[in-house]
Design a protein. Structure first.
Length: 187
């Protein structure tokens, strides 16, 4: 099966008060850490959606990812997913798309491998943490049209809540840890 990796990194980082995607974690930009974990698993370069800080982030990621610019990034995470899925579909046929967030810096290649191992091409496979399903998650091609209609701030969360009985669930405590504020960088 052919699965694309889509990393969301378009936000302005309002709670962070700046470009959190470039915050250094162990001397490496946050977005780079997450992309490297994806690149270890996927034969094709991951896709990354950039928006607010695209001019600053692009030089850090363009050697390891296929950049998708999102001029309408202010419309929220759902619009970033919609933009990413639209661009990925235009570039080839995929059986699924793994959606992940740039600030989930504790995710490992092993976490992504486990999601892929459980993906059967028909059902969503999603991380389970903090008592609910969330990303990273792999969405089958049958869900692409719904993903392209997203525009809400919450991204794909509404789909995961609505379809929770049909989701292949994978406990993933590492997905719960993310960066929202400057204080979070010091963990």
């Amino acid at each position: 099966m052919r699965i694309a990796a889509l990393l969301l990194a378009a936000g302005a980082g309002r709670r962070f008060d700046g470009c959190k995607q470039l915050a250094l974690i162990d001397d490496k930009p946050l977005v780079r850490r997450t992309l490297e974990a994806l690149a270890c698993v996927f034969a094709e370069q991951p896709y990354i959606v950039l928006g607010a800080h695209r001019v600053d982030i692009r030089p850090v990621v363009e050697d390891i990812a296929q950049v998708i610019d999102h001029p309408g990034w202010q419309q929220g995470m759902g619009s970033s997913i919609a933009r990413g899925v639209t661009e990925i579909e235009a570039r080839g046929r995929y059986d699924g798309i793994l959606v992940s967030l740039a600030d989930q810096f504790r995710l490992t290649p092993g976490d992504f491998d486990q999601l892929i191992e459980r993906f059967d091409g028909d059902r969503i496979v999603a991380a389970y943490y903090a008592n609910s399903h969330g990303v990273p998650a792999i969405f089958p091609a049958t869900m692409f049209e719904r993903l392209k209609q997203l525009d809400a701030e919450r991204g794909a969360k509404s789909m995961l809540v609505e379809m929770q009985q049909e989701i292949v669930s994978l406990p993933m405590p590492t997905a719960e840890i993310d960066i929202d504020t400057v204080a979070d960088v010091g963990f």
